[in-house]
Design a protein around this ligand. Structure first.
Ligand SMILES: C[S@@+](CC[C@H](N)C(=O)[O-])C[C@H]1O[C@@H](n2cnc3c(N)ncnc32)[C@H](O)[C@@H]1O
Length: 261
């Protein structure tokens, strides 16, 4: 297989053998990954703020794409998607508002320089509210708080753009976390973005991916969570969708709102 050939090339930053992720296709909706990178090398930059675990992208591409498929990442950051695509013989196209490396093109995820129906798969790991400081670029969605309408207006345009560039009967996935800030309303970004996406896409499944962030290893963060009676984010959602033209997405038959006001 192509990706194993590339894995042997990864000799720049060898990872200790005990830390290397075993590349296994996940079969349940609970995913975990032993390290940011798989194999002996690097996909993306583990020091990039908000880097996506390469293992997650590898699993998606293994299931939903074939060799030579075009894979688009509108929030490409340190280029994890591009590196996984190279490993697996897919054609990765990455965009970012503030490109971090040369093979990532400068573009706003709300307006991609791509033809309609040109991608075989779209993956995205967008900013989750204002939790991380990225480039400070005025169009950076990480400057928008998810408790304000502007965040969802921006993400609605991003999802609409993903729908436009994706071919019919192909898949789209996003990786997000909810937003908890002390003293502010809990912001369920995962479910809210899912509802936006369901206006166009068919929901295929929801996966929970264990977060292995370094900050989660800090004892004082856990102590503060107990003292303050709140929870640290232990997982990210991976929401998987399919574009199916001519077929209305399924909407859950919820009863009408019967609350007494
Ligand atoms: C969570 S990071 C993505 C990490 C990436 N998948 C990786 O593995 O390195 C989110 C990225 O979205 C980018 N971004 C924010 N607003 C954007 C916009 N309007 N259009 C395109 N990219 C944007 C940020 O610059 C940042 O690199």
């Amino acid at each position: 297989m192509l990706y194993s050939a590339r894995l042997e090339e990864h000799t720049r930053k060898p990872t200790p053998r005990w830390k290397r992720a075993q590349l296994e296709v996940q079969t349940t909706t609970l995913w975990d990954y032993p390290s940011q990178h798989y194999g002996g090398g690097a996909q993306g930059d583990k020091d990039y703020k908000g880097v996506t675990p390469a293992y997650v992208i590898w699993n998606l591409l293994e299931r939903y794409t074939r060799e030579n498929d075009v894979v688009v990442d509108p929030f490409c950051g340190s280029g994890t998607t591009l590196d996984v695509c190279q490993d697996m013989g897919r054609k990765g196209i990455g965009f970012d508002i503030a490109p971090y490396r040369e093979d990532v093109q400068q573009a706003d995820a709300r307006k991609l320089p791509l033809e309609n129906d040109s991608a075989d798969f779209v993956f995205m790991d967008p900013p989750y509210s204002t939790h991380l400081e990225y480039s400070g670029h005025p169009q950076c969605i990480g400057e928008l708080d998810s408790r304000e309408p502007a965040y969802y207006e921006a993400m609605d345009r991003v999802i609409t753009e993903a729908f436009r560039v994706l071919k019919d009967r192909r898949y789209f996935a996003f990786y997000v976390s909810d937003s908890f800030k002390r003293g502010k309303p809990f912001s369920p970004i995962g479910f809210d973005l899912m509802q936006l996406a369901r206006r166009r896409f068919h929901l295929v499944d929801i996966v929970s991916v264990t977060r292995n962030n370094r900050t989660l290893k800090r004892r004082n963060w856990h102590d503060a969570a107990v003292d303050g009676n709140y929870f640290l984010r232990g997982f990210n959602y991976l929401m998987i969708f399919k574009k199916e033209l001519g077929k209305q997405p399924f909407v859950s038959p919820l009863p009408p709102d019967s609350r007494l006001h």
